[in-house]
Design a protein. Structure first.
Length: 469
């Protein structure tokens, strides 16, 4: 869809009718936008999506036509030049006078990159008949284009430098006889002719100066002021000249606009904006993964080793399997309290029950054994070779055989309640049969179940303790 020509809106038609009656039309600005084409141009009240407003206008009204000229301003963003309108001032306020939209043929205006900036001047022509006076809201913003300024200055300089009588003034028109002595006094008639010529020349000069100024602000209404302003902004003008010389061709610009690598879509921008930085809070982030957890598990699950560099989905899968195993362990432990066994912990209960089922049976008073003894200390304290315990008819036999690796007294293990000696046995000490009499060692079983052993580091001991339980 290309530009179809400025369409007079309904509000614009009413404003034109009132202007023809009052013989005056007041133009405020040109508005630029990037909105999509509406279904009906004439019923619009404003642009679909206005980007900015241009109030610096040059207006020329000749023979029922009004030409409005303006330069696109510098802004700090890029945009599509897709829609345009003219705003006028009426008794009812600001109204959209005319409107046009080029749709998909919109031009992309570049401002954010210095060497690629788009410089654009727009000139709109309106057919306005029977309106003698066309003005702008703020006459102080009227401007003269640099080209017009240069042209008028050149014309004036050429005229002043022309010594060939460009106005074809004759001696007769001045009342001068060229054959007379030029040193003679000027007559009254000659002086009057000279004065009249002076007035003509002065009027011409004033007219050209007025055309040159053309409503320029007071600070820029002389050649000196304009020259000073140009000199003050010379670096800007040089930069503009250099940029214009380096501007891209139409093919290069079109290729740049269509470059999907340099430009991003709205969806891509949204995706990038939602990316999380290294130090951001991930409290609201979600992870999609296959869960291995179950509310009522029926067996164990194998959990792989957690390694560095794993994806979040893999880590969460392993965590879910580990949680499932914890649920299954809790299910196997049941709800019965362990407070009455050992110190109430799982470890204490197992230690209390000692080697498992046989020890638990012993607690109940039944005969069992012999059962191998597993010390509570490691091999750095005592290396057991052939140690066992047996209970029969209420008599407990404890046989200890191994190597002592410390000179300090230590606790070999704690017997469960069903295998502990009576209180009076603890008072007299346990009965000891030392199989190797030349080894100085001793063993004592207290009524709280502690088997205490002392010996020499590096020596083997062997003894048997028998007592009622």
């Amino acid at each position: 869809m290309a530009w179809t020509g400025l369409a007079l809106t309904v509000d614009g038609q009413n404003a034109l009718n009132n202007a023809q009656l009052s013989n005056h039309l007041n133009i405020k600005s040109i508005v630029i936008g990037d909105g999509a084409p509406p279904a009906n141009f004439r019923t619009l009240k404003s642009l679909v999506n206005q980007v900015y407003e241009i109030t610096g206008l040059k207006i020329d009204a000749v023979n029922g036509k009004c030409t409005i000229t303006a330069d696109f301003p510098d802004v700090d963003y890029d945009y599509y030049f897709r829609e345009i309108g003219i705003i006028v001032i009426t008794e009812e306020g600001e109204k959209l006078y005319v409107y046009d939209n080029c749709g998909e043929d919109a031009q992309y205006i570049v401002n954010s990159t210095g060497v690629e900036k788009t410089r654009k001047r727009i000139r709109l022509v309106l057919n306005i008949s029977d309106v003698a006076e066309i003005t702008v809201t703020d006459p102080g913003i009227l401007y003269v284009s640099y080209e017009d300024f240069e042209m008028v200055v050149d014309e004036m300089e050429d005229h002043f430098a022309d010594t060939d009588n460009p106005h074809q003034v004759t001696a007769k028109q001045l009342g001068i006889d060229p054959t007379l002595d030029m040193d003679k006094p000027v007559s009254t008639a000659q002086q009057a002719a000279l004065d009249e010529l002076y007035e003509q020349l002065a009027a011409y000069t004033r007219q050209k100066i007025t055309e040159l100024i053309n409503g320029a602000p007071e600070s820029l209404d002389t050649l000196k002021e304009v020259a000073d302003a140009v000199a003050a902004h010379k670096s800007v003008m040089d930069a503009l000249d250099a940029a214009i010389g380096k501007k891209a061709s139409a093919a290069e610009f079109d290729s740049h606009v269509k470059d999907a690598v340099k430009h991003i879509t709205a969806a891509e921008r949204t995706k990038w904006n939602n990316k999380m930085e290294k130090t951001d809070n991930s409290a609201d982030n979600t992870v999609a993964f296959t869960s291995g957890d179950a509310e009522n598990p029926t067996g164990w699950a194998d959990v792989g080793v957690v390694t560095s560099g794993e994806k979040h989905s893999s880590l969460m899968r392993k965590i879910s399997l580990a949680i499932k195993n914890v649920r299954y362990l809790w299910k196997l432990l049941g709800s019965t309290s362990l407070a009455g066994i050992g110190d109430g912990t799982v470890t204490g209960a197992i230690r209390e029950l000692n080697t498992g089922t046989n020890a638990f049976v012993a607690r109940l008073g039944d005969d069992y054994g012999p059962v191998a003894i597993t010390p509570d200390v490691d091999a750095t304290i005592f290396e057991s070779s052939d140690s066992w315990i047996q209970k029969k008819n209420g008599i407990v036999v404890v046989h200890i055989y191994g190597r002592v690796n410390t000179n300090a007294v230590f606790t070999l293990l704690t017997l469960p309640k069903g295998l502990r000696p009576w209180a009076h046995v603890h008072a007299d000490g346990a009965i000891i049969y030392n199989d190797i009499g030349n080894v100085s060692s001793s063993g004592t079983i207290q009524d709280n179940g502690l088997i205490k052993i002392s010996g020499q580091a590096g020596k083997w001991i062997s003894f048997t303790i028998t007592y009622p339980a």
